[in-house]
Design a protein around this ligand. Structure first.
Ligand SMILES: C[S@@+](CC[C@H](N)C(=O)[O-])C[C@H]1O[C@@H](n2cnc3c(N)ncnc32)[C@H](O)[C@@H]1O
Length: 251
């Protein structure tokens, strides 16, 4: 995982800024009941999405493990105890205290054990009938578009990547085991997240875990295919991300 204390300074600018945050918050709010009074945004980061989840009569509490990100979330969430340091697997929130819990761009970053523990923890802090909303299949969404890059990267991923930690089917199974039943999905445009072929070459060579573990000759072939595409520095279509909602039984 990236060092989010270092990322904090340029996170908002490089992740689609307010346009992406507005789209993400809009999708979350399709799945969160309007009368939700306490929403816990786990892995809130800089709070750029969290602040757009606020509403009259609603308290939004951001939790994140990176102090650098939280420092930016604090003023956005009104200070006080509304942005707190904590781990998704051990939230500093009482059992049954939340009407909604959100994980935006968290589950794809952490390993399978953390995903399972975080979902169980969300179920612990939700009241009966409360909802968990989480992004799923985040990295796969990058390659769903019918762009030339999408075609190459989809095939490479199918061949070389293990199942993602935020795989929607697995998240659904874990949610069900924690007493959370599916409660709809929503989609949003990841503004500013479409990448140019030359950016993907760099990522395949240096950043993507499954590519770094793959046979170097195969990785070189993938890079050559990306390098052969036209308009090397032109960003392709922004991806559309999915958020999935789950409701805790007993409400
Ligand atoms: C990609 S950022 C997403 C931030 C925000 N949700 C957004 O959509 O802009 C991921 C965040 O997850 C936080 N994070 C990673 N693992 C965590 C964990 N186990 N518990 C709490 N926060 C975590 C990181 O510190 C980082 O701020």
């Amino acid at each position: 995982m990236l060092d989010y204390d270092l990322e904090a300074a340029h996170y908002d600018r490089t992740r689609g800024g307010v346009d992406r945050a507005r789209a993400a918050a809009g999708a979350v709010l399709e799945l969160v009941p309007a009368d939700c009074a306490v929403l816990v945004d786990v892995a809130c980061g800089t709070g750029i999405v969290s602040e757009l989840l606020t509403a009259p009569g609603r308290t939004v509490i951001g939790v994140d493990m990176a102090a650098g990100m939280l420092a930016l979330a604090l003023p956005r969430l009104g200070g006080g105890g509304r942005a707190v340091r904590g781990d998704a697997t051990r939230l500093p929130v009482a059992a049954g205290a939340a009407d909604a819990v959100t994980f935006m761009w968290l589950l794809h970053l952490v390993d399978d054990a953390v995903v399972a523990a975080a979902i169980a923890e969300a179920a612990r802090i939700l009241r009966p009938g409360g909802v968990l909303v989480t992004t799923v299949d985040k990295d796969a969404a990058q390659f769903e578009s019918d762009s030339d890059v999408g075609e190459i990267m989809r095939a490479a991923r199918r061949e070389l990547a293990p199942r993602a930690s935020d795989d929607s089917e697995r998240v659904r199974e874990l949610a069900r085991a924690a007493g959370l039943e599916p409660a709809g999905t929503a989609r949003y445009v990841g503004h500013g997240q479409g990448r140019a072929p030359q950016e993907w070459v760099l990522r395949v060579r240096e950043q993507i875990g499954w590519a770094r573990r793959a046979d170097p000759d195969r990785v070189a072939e993938i890079c050559r295919a990306l390098e052969a595409l036209p308009e090397q520095d032109v960003r392709r279509t922004d991806p559309e991300y999915t958020v999935a909602g789950f409701r805790l039984g007993g409400g």
